[in-house]
Structures are given as C-alpha cells and as structure tokens.
Design a binder for this molecule. Structure first.
Ligand code: FES
Length: 147
C-alpha cells in the first residue's frame, strides 16, 4: 500500500513540475486555484465561443456604471484555456465597455505571463469570448441604465 501511495505522490509531483515548467509559477498557481471559474446566474452579458480546437469558452459579466463589476468563465478545454479564462476575467474587472472592446489575446497572454506556444490560441479564445459577450451586451436592446 505504501508503495502505491508513493507512486501516486511521485506521479502528482511529476505532473505539478511539468505544469509549473509549462505555465510558469503564476500560471501554475492559477491552474491549481482557478479564480473566477463558474457559471454566473443573471449576468448582464454572456459570451460563448467554440475555438478551432473544438473547445468552448464562456464568459459571464455584470456591469455597474458601464464598467465590469463581476466576471466568471467556464470552459470544457485544456488547462491553458482555464488559465486563460481566469486571467482574462481578472484583466477586465473594472474596465469600461470601451476598454473591453480593445482586449486582445495578446493582452490576456501578457496578463498570464506565459503559455506553451501550442496553447497561445487559448488566450485568443478567451479574448474572443469577451468580445462575444460585449457584442451580446451591446445588442441586448435595453437602455444602458436597465442593463
Ligand atoms: Fe483549445 Fe486550449 S482552448 S486547446
């Protein structure tokens, strides 16, 4: 039994080390503690985009005085997409509608610090999902003060 526990401990340590190397310490900590993950009930804005990789990201936003007051994300994708969603929400908290329109995958990537080259599109997926949420918000047809 001890050897099985040791095996599992070693395996976990190996996975942690590989993840730390891939994402850096900041990304690794976020992978372990994905802040802002979850579905928001009654959001003011909701975006949902499926990337070319087949993974789907969702972003939920609440606004106050036309600035992002709360945000959350969901994804069925890889660790990089979860990290990207988490940092993307952190990046846009407090931002105005106009500022949201300018958010790019590069901005999300800069916020994360680093992603493996093959996963950089995950940051773009997060940015696209923000843009989708923003578009839906702008097209909701309600007067601004009722949104
Ligand atoms: Fe598709 Fe990460 S979002 S591989």
């Amino acid at each position: 039994m001890d050897s099985l526990d040791d095996f599992i401990d070693n395996l976990q340590e190996q996975i942690f080390e590989e993840t730390r190397q891939a994402f850096g310490e900041k990304g690794f900590q976020r992978w372990r503690n994905p802040r802002f993950a979850g579905i928001m009930t009654n959001p003011d804005a909701h975006g949902r985009v499926t990337g070319s990789c087949g993974d789907t990201m969702e972003i939920f936003l609440k606004f106050e005085n036309e600035c992002v007051k709360e945000g959350s994300y969901m994804t069925d994708g890889c660790g990089s997409s979860s990290i990207s969603g988490s940092f993307a929400v952190e990046l846009i908290l407090g931002k105005s509608v106009d500022e949201l329109a300018d958010i790019t995958g590069e901005d999300v990537l800069n916020k994360i610090g680093r992603l493996p080259d093959e996963d950089k599109h995950c940051a773009s997926l997060a940015a696209l999902t923000i843009q989708d949420a923003l578009t839906n918000y702008m097209n909701s047809g309600k007067p601004l003060e009722q949104r």
